[in-house]
Write a protein that binds this ligand. Structure first.
Ligand code: FNR
Length: 363
């Protein structure tokens, strides 16, 4: 597992670089489609901050804030320390948290420690296990048991697997594999991308096999194409840059096709940099929002203390934004007027989505 462990450390290091302030990555605001969503300001429709409650229900549990720490890491010494810090921040603030892919721990019991530290730090919080599509129902059960997890994230990462040196994915077997896991799992299963978006067609396929939770995890944040490309000298996949859909595009598209998966709970992630991006995601219909790179940056820089402080600040700021926008809760945000501009508007036009309807929802 030494090679696989090195890969986990590479991911953290390279993703961390992308999120450094001033880097060309998401923190630098490189053509973020989230910024193409603008709220129309109505100066007299605000509500008092005390009346705002952005608490959400996730897997039958109540969370005080509509965002969570998305799946990132585990499997090595370094990533065990990170998971411990992430879990401590999650426990301090009552934030839900996922770990990174646990396949390394299924194969190498010594790697399991890097995941079980999460439960040690956070015995009662909402914790999600994580595996790739293509694993067996028995693997899924072992991963969930190892963490005492409340839910299981299953990532579908076809683009990443195509580029990564270790990858040779059996893509055509994934859907049936997910179906088998969903049928056998004792905890809710959340299917997610890793930064390339889930289309309405994919969401309908998932709903059709019994999946009840999906995170569109779109392009524009942590860029696994660039990360795996860097790790693969000799072959250059840079020509694929920009492949996939952003989270805002995926949410707009999903909303236009809602009738095809009426009971699927939609989560969003990918490129969420701020409380404003959280509120934008909720306004487009996300139930809750996953944050990876922006929280990784905080934990690498200042451990659990810095991340805990950031989470508390984000919580206050999401509530302040909702108050400003006249929303007492997530439903109120669905009635905000949102301008869809630029490339996002063009996406809507080409996909037959009525972007103009978003500009006058409160009418
Ligand atoms: C990830 N992500 C991820 N997702 C997953 O399902 N399993 C995994 O093992 C990992 N590993 C991982 C490592 C690191 C270092 C990062 C930063 C991210 C993907 C993550 O959950 C999310 O989908 C994307 O990173 C997009 O969100 P951000 O980073 O733009 O907020």
């Amino acid at each position: 597992a030494a090679g696989r462990g090195a890969r986990k450390d590479d991911h953290v290091r390279l993703a961390g670089q992308q999120w450094e302030p001033g880097a060309a990555g998401p923190a630098g605001g490189r053509d973020a489609e989230f910024d193409e969503l603008e709220f129309v300001h109505h100066a007299l429709t605000g509500v008092s901050l005390e009346r705002v409650d952005l608490g959400v229900e996730l897997f039958g549990r109540h969370l005080a804030a509509p965002f969570y720490i998305n799946g990132m890491t585990g499997g090595t010494e370094r990533t065990a320390r990170l998971n411990r810090e992430l879990a401590a921040a999650a426990a301090q603030t009552g934030t839900a948290m996922a770990c990174g892919s646990m396949s390394i721990a299924l194969e190498d019991p010594a790697a399991a420690r890097a995941f079980t530290v999460i439960r040690e730090e956070n015995p009662t919080g909402l914790v999600m296990a994580n595996l790739g599509a293509g694993r067996s129902p028995d693997d899924a059960r072992r991963a969930v048991d190892m963490l005492g997890a409340d839910a299981l994230q299953l990532h579908v990462n076809a683009v990443q697997e195509t580029v990564m040196p270790e990858g040779a994915p059996a893509l055509s077997e994934w859907l049936a594999g997910i179906e088998a896991i969903v049928a056998a799992s004792e905890v809710p299963v959340l299917v997610k991308e890793v930064g390339f978006g889930l289309s309405p067609r994919t969401l309908a396929q998932l709903a059709g096999i019994g999946v009840e939770w999906a995170d569109v995890s779109g392009r524009g944040g942590t860029d696994f194409l660039a990360i795996e490309n860097e790790r693969r000298p000799g072959r250059d996949f840079a020509y694929l840059t920009g492949f996939g859909q952003s989270a805002p595009a995926a949410l707009l598209d999903a909303a236009a096709h809602r009738a095809e998966f009426p009971d699927l709970a939609l989560l969003a992630s990918g490129g969420v940099r701020s409380p404003l991006d959280v509120v934008r995601s909720l306004a487009l219909g996300a139930r809750a929002v996953g944050v990876a790179g922006a929280f990784l940056r905080a934990v690498v820089s200042g451990g659990a203390e810095e991340l805990g402080g950031l989470i508390r600040a984000w919580r206050r700021q999401t509530a302040e934004l909702a108050a400003l926008l006249g929303a007492q809760g997530p439903d109120g945000l669905l009635r905000t007027d949102v301008l869809v501009r630029g490339r996002l508007r063009e996406y809507c036009e080409l996909r037959g989505i009525d972007a103009r309807a978003y500009a006058r929802r409160g009418a």
